[in-house]
Design a protein around this ligand. Structure first.
Ligand SMILES: NCc1[nH]cc(CCC(=O)O)c1CC(=O)O
Length: 314
């Protein structure tokens, strides 16, 4: 067994909370093990003034950590699973996926409290196409403005940019002890979460058997099945563009349920579908659901998105 483990982490409050959480799980499990954190900066931390959907590119929050893992500077990295590309660089693997924290999106609106209570034309901040499209579906009157940055930056912007509400992942707020700021949890009928939202991914070198064995206890089986299906769904649909879509998998009575929605950017068109199968078929199920929704009209929405992106590049 290894005497020392180095965890690479981004320096945002949330990233540090997550890395410290895994460090403490390891220290508790392996008394005597020396666990240290190495702070690193990723491209996603540097570019703060451009909406995520515009920067595009995969692995915005992961690439620098991955290089450091491959060259042996760090042994593992703790990520929010939802920030991870569906395909990892050669030589790296997901060593464990932790039990999911609440997967839902949360509304923070000190004045109006709920989506239903927001006045006509209210200004809502969010950083993702997925949230934007789903919000507009429920409330076409809303003015959505871009909201980037760490959780604390985004919360501050609620005041400084005079927003009536912002939408964030409930999991992040909970982890940082800011749960009391949530004024409404958006149900999945309104806002289906992003792939892997709420789960942590522990990434390590694929050939480092010792570390992989040491990390295995962190893996939560039910969460793993659910996110394998979600990631497989995403992987099947990904066509080199950001898609406004939400997907949520969960295990109930030993069955895996998968629910997804693909939306047009303005939220006016929605394809929504569900599948249920045995957990062992998770990957296949994600693919099947994606293919089914593609035929049901997902194809047209995706084509429009690609056209839109090309128009912008002209
Ligand atoms: N995109 C940023 C991001 N990546 C992970 C989380 C926290 C939630 C999680 O662990 O899924 C957040 C914040 C947010 O979406 O509001």
């Amino acid at each position: 067994m290894r005497q020392k483990i180095v965890i690479g982490t981004r320096s945002s409050k949330l990233a540090l909370w997550q890395a410290n959480y895994i460090a403490s799980c390891l220290a508790e499990r392996y008394p005597g093990l020396e666990v240290t954190l190495k702070h690193m900066v990723t491209k996603g931390d540097k570019i703060l003034d451009v909406p995520l959907a515009k920067i595009g590119g995969k692995g915005l929050f992961t690439q620098e950590l991955e290089s450091a893992m491959l060259n042996g500077e760090i042994d593992l990295a703790v990520h929010s699973l939802k920030d991870m590309p569906t395909e990892l660089p050669t030589g790296l693997t997901l060593a464990a996926i932790t039990e999911r924290e609440t997967p839902w999106d949360a509304l923070v609106s000190p004045e109006y409290k709920t989506l239903a209570c927001l006045p006509v034309g209210a200004k809502v901040g969010t950083s993702s196409l997925r949230r934007k499209a789903q919000l507009l579906k429920a409330r076409p009157d809303l003015k959505i403005s871009d909201l980037r940055g760490n959780l604390d930056t985004r919360l501050k912007k609620l005041e400084t940019e005079q927003l009536d509400a912002i939408v964030l992942a409930a999991a992040g707020l909970k982890r940082l002890g800011w749960e009391q700021l949530i004024t409404e949890i958006l149900p999945k009928e309104i806002s289906l979460p992003a792939v892997g939202q709420g789960a942590l991914a522990i990434e390590a070198r694929a050939n480092d058997q010792e570390i992989l064995q040491m990390l295995a206890f962190l893996n939560d089986e039910d969460t793993s099945y659910a996110v394998i299906a979600e990631r497989s769904f995403l992987n099947e649909l990904e066509g080199g563009c950001q898609v406004p879509m939400g997907v949520y998998g969960c295990i109930e009575n030993n069955e895996l349920y998968l629910e997804a929605a693909i939306l047009s950017l303005d939220g006016q068109r929605v394809i929504r579908d569900t599948l249920c199968s045995s957990p062992a078929g998770a990957e296949d199920m994600g693919r099947r659901l994606a293919q089914r929704m593609y035929v049901q009209g997902g194809k047209e929405i995706l084509a429009e998105l690609l056209d839109g992106e090309q128009e912008e590049k002209k």
